[in-house]
Design a protein around this ligand. Structure first.
Ligand code: PGA
Length: 262
C-alpha cells in the first residue's frame, strides 16, 4: 500500500462461519466509530450470508463499509437446496463476491472449473469478484508455486474469455498461501512480493501489461495488526484479505488504518 502504487488499497475481512446477525450488528456498531472514512482506500466485509442484511442495516449511511458474499452457486438458479445465487446476492444489496477461497476448494471440492463458473456468475450479476489463489505447503516445498498459481489463474482467465457475457475488466485477486491461512504463519514480505509478481506476470501475458498493472492483488494468511505495516510495504501488495484478526473490531480497525496507531 505504498504511495507509489497506482492501485487503490483494499482491506477486506472474511468472517467465514463466524458472526450471526446480532454479533454482526454489534461489530459494526463498535467498528464504525473506530475507523473513520478514508476516501483513499476501500474497506470491505464478507459476513456469512445470513448476516448480510444485519450488516447493511447496521452500517446505515456508512456506505464506505462495503459488503460482499462469501460464496455463490455455479448455476444461475435452480433446485439447489441451501444454495445462494449471485443474482440473489446482488438483489440483497451486496456489491462483491469471493471466488476460489482455499477453504471452498478443499472442503467443498470447488475445482478450477467451479471457481471459473462462480466468477462468471458474479460478473453477470454485476458483482465485483475477488479471486483467491494460493499454493499448499506441499506444492511450495515441491517447487510448484509458479505452476499452481498459473494453473489456478489461467483456468479462470480461459473460462472468462470463452464464456462470460461480461468482461472481467476490474481484476481483484487475493494471493492466499494455504499454509498461512489460520495457522499463525505469515508469508514474509519477500514471499508475498514474489507471488504477487508471478500473478501479475501471468496476467500480463493474458491481458497485457496495462491490465496487469491495474489489477489489485491482496495478500491473505494470518494478517494481524502486528504484521500489517510490513506486509503493505511489500512490492505489489495492494491490500489484505483478513480472516481471524478481522473478527475483532479493534484489531481490524488498526489493520484498516494500515497499522498506524490510532
Ligand atoms: P486468516 O484467514 O487471516 O485467519 O489466516 C485468511 C483467509 O482465509 O482469508
Amino acid at each position: 500500500m505504498n504511495s507509489a502504487t497506482p492501485r487503490r488499497p483494499l482491506l477486506a475481512a472474511n468472517w467465514k462461519m463466524y458472526k450471526g446477525p446480532q454479533s454482526t450488528a454489534a461489530f459494526v456498531e463498535r467498528f464504525a466509530p473506530l475507523y473513520s472514512r478514508h476516501p483513499d482506500r476501500t474497506v470491505l466485509f464478507f459476513p456469512p450470508a445470513i448476516s448480510l442484511q444485519a450488516f447493511l442495516d447496521a452500517r446505515g449511511d456508512r456506505t464506505d463499509l462495503e459488503v460482499g458474499i462469501q460464496d455463490v452457486h455455479t448455476a444461475r438458479e435452480g433446485a439447489h437446496t441451501g444454495a445462494i445465487s449471485a443474482a440473489m446476492a446482488a438483489e440483497a444489496g451486496v456489491a462483491w463476491g469471493l471466488a476460489g477461497h482455499s477453504e471452498r476448494r478443499r472442503e467443498f471440492n470447488d475445482d478450477d472449473r467451479a471457481v471459473s463458473l462462480k466468477l462468471c456468475r458474479l460478473l453477470e450479476a454485476g458483482l465485483r469478484p475477488v479471486l483467491c489463489v494460493g499454493e499448499t505447503l506441499e506444492e511450495r516445498r515441491g517447487g510448484r508455486l509458479e505452476a499452481v498459481l498459473t494453473r489456478q489463474l489461467e483456468a479462470v482467465l480461459d473460462h472468462v474469455d470463452e464464456g462470460a457475457s461480461v468482461e472481467w475488466a476490474d481484476r481483484v485477486l487475493a494471493y492466499e498461501p494455504v499454509w498461512a491461512i489460520g495457522t499463525g504463519e505469515t508469508a514474509t514480505p519477500s514471499d508475498a512480493a514474489e507471488a504477487h509478481g508471478l500473478i501479475r506476470s501471468v496476467l500480463a501475458r493474458r491481458v497485457g501489461a496495462a491490465g496487469a498493472l491495474a489489477a489489485t492483488i491482496l495478500y491473505g494468511g494470518s494478517v494481524k495488526p502486528e504484521n500489517i505495516r510490513e506486509l503493505l510495504t511489500a512490492d505489489g501488495v495492494d491490500g489484505v484479505l483478513v480472516g481471524g484478526a478481522s473478527l475483532d473490531p479493534d484489531s481490524f480497525a488498526v489493520i484498516c488504518e494500515g497499522g498506524m496507531d490510532r
